[in-house]
Design a protein around this ligand. Structure first.
Ligand SMILES: [Zn+2]
Length: 146
């Protein structure tokens, strides 16, 4: 596929070179569980084409990407029963962008979190747990949008 960067971890996930917990896929985008989640259900949406940051993307592709956010967030939050969620999209190292391939974070939040207004600490998730959760979210998506 054009637009793939062989050194990019997200491009490798898109090509299914490495196992990942995928919750949604169409011809232009892939959504999968973050391996280092801030919270249970933390999901990333990426364009299949490699763009380093959002300024490289055609505007209509940005629009298509963001139109997936509420659809995926609805399925995620209903499956894990979170009280809210953040949508984050970082551009550049100074903005905490770790992987230089555009991605939108959906981060579920809970009323019971101890320190309100701050990010929970990132955790390392077991791939099996992520894949089990991804399966439930995929089923919820299919149920809501068949
Ligand atoms: Zn990439």
């Amino acid at each position: 596929m054009d637009g793939i960067n062989g050194n990019c971890i997200f491009c490798r996930i898109i090509q299914k070179d490495i196992p990942y917990a995928i919750i949604y896929e169409n011809d232009k985008f892939l959504a999968f569980m973050d391996k280092y989640p801030i919270n249970h259900g933390h999901t990333l949406i990426v364009p299949k084409q490699h763009y380093s940051n959002i300024l490289e993307m055609p505007f209509e592709i940005v629009g298509e990407m963001y139109s997936l956010v509420p659809r995926l967030a609805k399925a995620i939050t209903s499956v894990i029963e979170s009280d809210g969620f953040n949508i984050n999209q970082n551009n550049g190292k100074s903005a905490n962008q770790i992987v230089p391939h555009v991605h939108v974070h959906i981060v579920p939040r809970y009323s019971a979190e101890k320190v309100k207004g701050q990010w929970p600490t990132r955790k390392i998730a077991k791939m099996q747990e992520l894949q089990d959760l991804a399966q439930k979210i995929t089923a919820s998506l299919a149920h809501n949008y068949e």
